[in-house]
Design a protein around this ligand. Sequence first.
Ligand code: SAM
Length: 277
Amino acid sequence: MSLNNKATLFLVATPIGNLSEVSSRTLEVLNSVSVIACEDTRNTLKLLSHFDIHTKMITYHNFNEKDSTKGIISLLEKGEDVALVSDAGYPLISDPGYILVNEVIEKGFNITTISGPNAGINALVASGLETAHYLFYGFLNAKASQAKKELEELKNFPYTLIFYEAPHRIEKTLKLALDVLGDRKACLARELTKLHEEYHRGKLSELCELRDLKGEMVLIIEGYKEEDKEVDPEDLFDEIDELIDKGMKTKEAVKIISEKNGISKNTLYNAYLKKVD
Ligand code: SAM
């Protein structure tokens, strides 16, 4: 299986929920390597026990990446093959492994991949959004101000966007995406391959109405379209005035008009206040 006579690092994708998605090649490799480097031995042990695999495990995670890389290199130098896995899906995809892979390439050992599931791709293909071109972004920054900057950079990107998100941040992220990107089509894919798998498809404003979202989730958002081009806030003042004349509060009127026209609520509100001054 090796490309040269040196040892091999196997980058092995593992299930993102449903254990039946393990391939026979994955099991073969996890059985045959000398060591499995994993993020959390408790999680990987569940997988190994399910398939009666008894290969030795070592930890390789964000906090010991440099030290653990040295350890793995010395195993490869002794001719021992190593498999790198993460808790779910592909190692290196929003998971550790980048430092190790570069060091292994540098030292001239073999690297090969064992295919398997990836949450972003599963979500993308079922989202109903364009798949010909897409950008996998992974997690936005946990700080809202940073996340906003990141979304602003993506605002004019014409291809479908894939984000990973944690359940405790999803409501804020959806609101921020609506605010920065406008009211685009989106899909929130939850608990993929698991018992409670579900897809929420709709406009970002509709997804913002969802509450108590739990479990693991991927957010897919439509890319920039020509029709999304910047709306001049001034062009919308008449529509706001009409709603205010009907008795609506300014903030509410701005919210409705901003969502209808895919413009940031804050941008429109600030522009409108300046006009009133
Ligand atoms: N390496 C993984 C991959 O290849 O998909 C991703 C790991 S990342 C640390 C974990 C994130 O992946 C979760 O917060 C969630 O956004 C997404 N994810 C993982 N499993 C998922 C699942 N079963 N359903 C939906 N999203 C999932």
